[in-house]
Design a protein around this ligand. Structure first.
Ligand code: SF4
Length: 126
């Protein structure tokens, strides 16, 4: 196979870029990216390296088939970092738009995680 050309039967690489911000919704964005990765529905990536123009991280992003930004709030730090680096964000998901209110508390409740994960499945299916 020619290098760089993927076989159609190979699984697509879905890059999950969470903002991982310093708030409950930022941490929820990260938690969701972790859970989706464990479920095999995508791969959590190093979002901060995109903002820092770290070459290895940029290369990994170039190797994805789809880019999903998961932001905690409408400031959209992950999405904007990706776009600033020249990437097209295929899907932008914002945790506050899924019904979670932003606060400074970093403790995620189990039932909130379950609720947001259920809503994520709908958001990803759209
Ligand atoms: S999108 Fe919102 S929660 Fe996430 S890093 Fe930016 S300001 Fe923080």
């Amino acid at each position: 196979m020619t290098e760089g050309v993927k076989c159609a039967c190979e699984a697509a690489i879905i890059g999950l870029y969470a903002c991982a911000g310093g708030s409950n919704v930022g941490q929820m964005a990260n938690k969701v990216a972790v859970e989706l990765t464990k479920q095999g529905k995508g791969k959590i990536m190093c979002t901060v390296g995109i903002g820092g123009n770290v070459q290895g991280i940029i290369k990994s992003a170039e190797g994805t088939d789809e880019i999903i930004a998961i932001d905690g709030c409408p400031l959209l730090c992950a999405k904007k970092s990706l776009e600033l680096a020249g990437f097209t964000v295929d899907k932008s998901i914002v945790i506050t738009e899924l019904g979670m209110k932003k606060s400074g508390s970093l403790d995620l409740q189990e039932n909130d995680v379950k609720e947001i994960m259920a809503k994520m499945e709908d958001a990803l299916a759209d």
